[in-house]
Design a protein around this ligand. Sequence first.
Ligand code: ADP
Length: 250
Amino acid sequence: MDHAGIVFDHVRKEYPDGTVAVGDLSLAVTPGEVLCLVGPSGCGKSTTLRMVNRLVEPTGGTITVDGADVLSQDPVRLRRSIGYVIQHVGLFPHRTVAQNVATVPGLLKWDKARTRERVEQLLDLVGLPHATYGKRYPHELSGGERQRVGVARALAVEPPVMLMDEPFGAVDPQGRRRLQQEFLELQRSLGLTVMMVTHDMREAVILADRIAVLSKGGVLEQLGTPDEVTDAPANAFVADFLADFGTVAG
Ligand code: ADP
């Protein structure tokens, strides 16, 4: 798998109504790392993430994935090439688990044998043995299992980068912890580059190699390892944000 970084260079998003969701953001996700965006609701986390695959069009600056400017690429092809996992994973209800995971390979016209092999491999990888789960429908799964299918679907075409927006937010707390741990093992073993949005500082501490703390307007208040951010908040904003979560150590 080819591992790419994501680079934001003076990126801006002003929505048509004049809301400046992200004013001027420069930030790099290095290959193979998990970078978590944290910050209060409405600070621009999802906007930042969604500009990478152009679900939201930036109005200024440059974003590159693996060195290529996203604005120079066809948005549909770009989106198919980037893994995207969201809170309510949006599986197709009338398609089996295997068919859901095969969605993008199907769109890319992979041959059947290659697709089947890849789907089986991915389901096994995310802890859903394909013989048991491949033929099930989404309503026959738990919330945690559905999220795993979402991750498998996002990994189907070996994306250079993964974007994740509150990926475990809809899973019960116990299931979430296990899913987080398993995802981390998967991410490490595949060397995935991940940009993840979470409002939960605890989740960021568990999963992130580095944490970017944003305030309103996508202002980058601090960028550092979980230890750096929790041990030495850069300013009062970061300290207050951490305080809202109480003790986040561990
Ligand atoms: P977060 O993910 O941190 O909660 P968002 O990126 O969703 O923040 O939103 C950032 C800001 O942009 C908020 O003020 C939000 O209301 C605004 N916003 C988001 N989407 C739109 C839109 N389509 N049109 C106008 N404003 C929007």
